[in-house]
Ligand binder design. Sequence first.
Ligand code: FES
Length: 152
Amino acid sequence: MEPGFTVTVNGVAREVAAGPERSLLEVLREELGITGPKLGCGEGMCGACTVLLGRRAVTACTTPAGEAAGHRVTTVEGLAEDGLLHPVQQAWMETGAMQCGYCTPGWLTGCAALLARVPHPDDARIDAELAGHVCRCCTYPRIRAAVHRAAE
Ligand code: FES
């Protein structure tokens, strides 16, 4: 039997039966059934798998699940609170920032982390901070607009 550990995902303590060296993305999606974070490149280059580890945005595909042991993980499913969308989610809808939507969960968690640290980022800061996220539909101008709207 593989060693296990506990991780708190979206506010709920979950027992993980996988080895700590498995990627956090695999554990979230395959073991815990949390499919918001997406597999894109699998190499930390596209941001589709981004989740919050504590307050820090991390690429779950390159993060060993064991690093999350005893910590709080927030996925896109956990951004809304008390029945209200997170301001970034609301802004995404209002600006039409997504097209195919595959990368959206990663962008949303990455933007939430950015705004928690930098409440009113300018365009240069948005571009620099979110450079690790790729959108194949190239909705970058609308994504930038969504970040500004969420910051209002
Ligand atoms: Fe993790 Fe691309 S799938 S960064």
